[in-house]
Structures are given as C-alpha cells and as structure tokens.
Design a protein around this ligand. Structure first.
Ligand SMILES: NC(=O)c1ccc[n+]([C@@H]2O[C@H](COP(=O)([O-])OP(=O)(O)OC[C@H]3O[C@@H](n4cnc5c(N)ncnc54)[C@H](O)[C@@H]3O)[C@@H](O)[C@H]2O)c1
Ligand SMILES: O=CCC[C@H](NC(=O)CCC(=O)O)C(=O)O
Length: 491
C-alpha cells in the first residue's frame, strides 16, 4: 500500500481523487495525516462495492461473522499501543485515556454478540408454543457510518461491529479531524479477514458526508452534533426505507443536593464536566446546586480542585487529567462562548484560559450563571461548566428539564425521595445517581431523547437498528391446507 492511499474500496487501497485535507496534532500542530479525500465518484464506487458484497456476507452465516469480529477484537488488543498512540496524536487525549478507548473497542465485540443473540437473533427468536410461528432478523443492506472526532475509534466501532454481525456491509465516513485513526482501524479489519467490499472507507469532510447521504444506502448510522443530525433528518424526510440512527449532543444537567460529602462530590463533578476536556457528549454542562449550608464550601472546593487539573500533552509527567480541545477554531469558539456568557450576567468562578498561543490546551471554566439572563440552550463541547444555584429540589428539576436536548443527566444525593422523583421525571436517556454523568456503559442502551437522538439507542440496543424483524407463519404441507373457507361462503 503506497503512502498516499487514503480510500479503501472493495478490498483495495486507492489514492483519493477528492479534496486534500490534513489532520493536525492539536497540541504541537504537527501534521499527523495529509492526503486527498474521496471524490463523489469514489463514494458511489464504495457504496456499489458494499452492495455487491452484501448478499454473500449475509449468507456466509453468523458463525463466520462472529469469528471475524472476534479476530478483530484480538488484533485490537495486539495493536493497542499503536492505535492508542494515533488516537492521542489526532485528538490530544492522554495516553491512559486513549488506551481505554481501544479497550472499549475490543470489548464492544463480545457485548454486541450477546446483544444480537438476545435482541435480534438471526436464528429463531420466537419463544411461544405455536409451532407455526417463527421470528428472525434480517440485515438492512448497506449501512453508512458517520463518526465524530472525540472517540474516533470507539464510537464508529459501536455502529460497525453490530452492523457487520447482523449481515450488513459498511461504508465508513470518519471525522475529517481523525482520518489516521480510521485508516488504522480499517487495516485491522483487513487483517482480521473481512471479505472485500464488506467494509469500505471514504475519507473527507462535509462534502463526502453529503455525497454518501445521497448515495443508494439502506441505513445511515450517525454520531455527531445535533446541528448535523438535524440536517440529515431533513434530508431523509420522505425516505422511510432508509434506516436513520442519530446519536447527538446534549446540554446535560447535574443536580447536587446540599447534604453531601463535599470532597467526594467535587470529584464526581470534575469527572462529569471535564473528562476529555469536556469533549464527551455525556459531560455535564449545567451544575444545578440546591442552596444550603454546604453550597459555598462546595463551590470553593470545586474551583480549587478544577484549577489543579492538569491539561497537558498525552504522555506528560505528571500524568494529565485531560488534553486539548480538537482545533484552533474550537478553542476560539469556547473562549468566545465564555465571554458571551459573562456578558449575559455570568460570573467567572474560574476563568478558562489558553495555556499558550500555539496549542489548543485550555484550562477549565466554571461560570456562575444564577443571575444571568437569556442564556442559550446550547452544547459547548469543551471544558466549560455553568453553575446555577436554586432554592429547592423542584426548582432544580424544572431547570434540569428546561432544555431541548435529553442525553445525560445526573443527581448527587442520598435522599431516596429525590432519587425517585429524579428518575421518574428527568427527560434524559442516560441517567446517573452518585456517579459521574460521563463514562456510560456499553452494556446498557445509549442514546438520548429530544434533540439528542431519534429513539434508536446505540450500545446494547444497536442490535435493534442493525436488523429488521421478519415474522414467519409457516404451515405444513400443501395437502394440509384448509379444504374450504371457514365462513361466509354461499353453499
Ligand atoms: N450522542 C452520542 O453518542 C455522541 C457521541 C459523541 C459525540 N457526539 C456529539 O458529536 C459532536 C462532536 O462531534 P463532531 O464535531 O465531529 O460532529 P459533527 O456533526 O461536526 O460531525 C460528525 C460527522 O458528520 C459529518 N458531517 C458534517 N456535516 C455534514 C453534513 N452536512 N452532511 C453529512 N455529513 C456531515 C462530519 O464530517 C463528521 O464525519 C458533539 O455535539 C457531541 O455531543 C454525540
Ligand atoms: O461522547 C460521547 C460518548 C461518551 C461515552 N459513552 C459511551 O461510550 C457509551 C457506550 C457505548 O457507546 O458503548 C461516555 O459516556 O463517556
């Protein structure tokens, strides 16, 4: 494979014939990857190759598909150091965190196999007594998978593995920020023995995403921003035959009761808000504190410990808590968002600053927005936490649900009544009690309501959107067919 090959179609690496683009290390600004993306014609070829390969892949049988995905998991473990290095190079994530991402990718295989067995079996899934009834699940066909930059390995993998197990073929369009991670992941699939055409890779920015959405695909599995998700949703209106799964962002609330252990609570808040420099879709964006004797103590301790979080390059010594944000535009947008929020009446308990001119390392921001006016209901994807002080739990719940999104939400409280009310009334797909909001489990469904998703949850439930159920009512021999109609026939 020559160095400039960037596109993988029908088992062959090719030079891209589209727009050249670059992925930069977000700390050093060194070039990590620079190649041409796919042309519209290459996108069409990738979809055609996936279509061509699909029937044979589905007929190969589940056992063989399981075997190949398991080999992929083994190879991920064998290559974890190199793949984690690339993830860190492209995203700036600490090495420890990039390694957990590769582990999550490998673990996804066993979880997806079990999920498929229990939720969308390709055998007979009917469990009743009627011998004539059968239930199985069939693949959709060609699935387009769109990835975000924040988990460039794990999140696309969470669509790809279950889709392949179900017998679909894939055209993968990764984030333009993280092409090298995608390239290396595809090479691992290649080594795992995936037949040609079963997985195809088209690199590029938005224009490649648009072209893929206009091609003859049977499903589109998207993880990314609500802005892009809404565009795709409009684009697929009137196309019920295309499966659309949207995993999008959130403006996630975290409620904290007053009667809590301050030190431990601070740790949960920091993990919720600033893990991955706030670049997790489940990160808490709004901290809602119920006023009481601990409030001032909690906010002072939060500010002090947040100021001690180390933002540095992936293998710095001492080890960093977090890395940079993804690029210079995002860094500037976050600094501007902070200014705008302060202009709306926010008070900086801890101000976000750029650590230097050239890298995209930012320190965390904690803004008290209690007296601010007209605060937009927006997701700022970075280390920016808004604080709201409220008088009681019912005000906290009202504010928590005052969002068009509904991805994650958390409560820190030992009060059983509050816990119960929270669970019964919070509008969010991924909820936590006395646990960080970020770090959701792959062993549960993962997805949001409102603007955060379209009710096609991923992780454990990805098996559901990767296949459609086929119900069969099977009679015995034609000889056994009824000799007459049961009623309504003139004799
Ligand atoms: N709910 C989840 O599971 C989840 C997980 C991770 C990230 N996210 C969200 O993703 C966002 C960060 O990721 P991002 O910035 O890479 O998202 P993004 O929406 O900018 O990009 C996602 C993908 O869509 C492509 N794309 C962009 N515009 C397009 C268009 N008009 N048509 C077709 N494709 C297009 C991009 O090239 C990329 O591959 C955050 O909002 C975060 O909350 C959600
Ligand atoms: O950035 C969005 C994903 C964040 C991550 N969630 C998961 O990994 C869900 C589980 C899965 O998809 O397997 C998190 O909550 O940290």
């Amino acid at each position: 494979m020559s160095g400039m090959n960037s596109i993988y179609i029908n088992g062959q690496w090719q030079t891209g014939e589209g727009i050249e683009f670059t992925s930069l290390n977000p700390i050093s600004n060194d070039v990590v990857w620079k190649k041409q993306g796919a042309s519209i014609e290459q996108v069409k070829q990738a979809v055609a190759a996936a279509k061509q390969a699909q029937t044979e892949w589905a007929l190969l049988g589940r056992e063989k598909r399981v075997e190949i995905t398991q080999r992929f998991a083994t190879l991920l473990k064998e290559n974890q150091t190199e793949l984690a290095r690339t993830i860190s190079d492209e995203t700036g994530k600490p090495t420890w965190e990039a390694l957990t991402e590769v582990t999550a990718m490998a673990n996804k295989v066993a979880i997806s196999i079990t999920a498929q067995d229990t939720r969308a079996s390709t055998g007979n899934a009917y469990t009743g007594d009627n011998k004539n009834l059968h239930l199985t699940h069939r693949p959709h066909g060609v699935m387009a998978v769109y990835g975000p930059y924040n988990f460039p390995g794990h999140l696309p993998n969470g669509h790809i593995v279950p889709a392949l197990l179900a017998g679909n073929t894939i055209v993968f369009k990764p984030s333009e920020e993280t092409p090298k991670t995608a390239e290396e992941s595809i090479k691992i699939w290649q080594e795992a023995g995936l037949p040609k055409g079963v997985i195809n890779l088209v690199q590029g920015a938005k224009e490649v995403g648009v072209a893929l959405g206009q091609a003859e695909i049977d499903g589109l599995l998207f993880t990314g921003s609500s802005t892009t998700g809404k565009i795709l949703h409009k684009q697929f209106a009137g196309k019920p035959e295309v499966l659309l799964a949207l995993e999008m962002g959130g403006n996630n609330p975290l409620i904290v009761n007053d009667n809590i252990n301050v030190n431990n609570t601070v740790n949960v808040i920091l993990q919720s808000a600033f893990l991955s420099a706030g670049q997790r879709c489940t990160c808490a964006r709004r901290l809602i504190v119920i006023e009481g004797s601990n409030t001032d103590k909690l906010l002072i301790a939060l500010k002090e410990k947040a100021a001690q979080l180390i933002a540095d390059h992936p293998d710095a010594d001492p080890e960093p808590f977090m890395g940079p944000v993804i690029n210079a535009n995002t860094k500037q947008a976050l600094l501007k968002a902070q200014q705008d929020l302060i202009a709306k009446g926010g008070k900086a308990l801890l101000e976000m600053t750029a650590l230097d001119e050239t890298s995209n390392l930012l320190t965390p921001a904690i803004l008290d927005m209690t007296d601010a006016k007209d605060v937009p209901d927006e997701e700022w994807f970075g280390p920016l936490l808004q604080v709201y002080r409220v008088n009681d739990f019912s005000m906290a719940m009202k504010l928590a649900n005052d969002t068009q999104y509904g991805l994650s939400a958390g409560l820190i409280s030992d009060d059983a009544t509050q816990q119960n009310q929270f669970l019964n009334t919070i509008r969010a797909g991924v909820v936590s009690i006395n646990q960080p909001t970020a770090g959701a489990s792959s062993e549960l469904p993962f997805g949001g309501v409102g603007l955060s998703g379209n009710h096609r949850a991923s992780a454990l439930y990805a098996a559901d959107y990767c296949a459609w159920p086929q119900s069969l009512m099977r009679g015995t021999a034609t000889e056994e067919l009824p000799t007459d109609l049961p009623r309504g026939v003139r004799k």
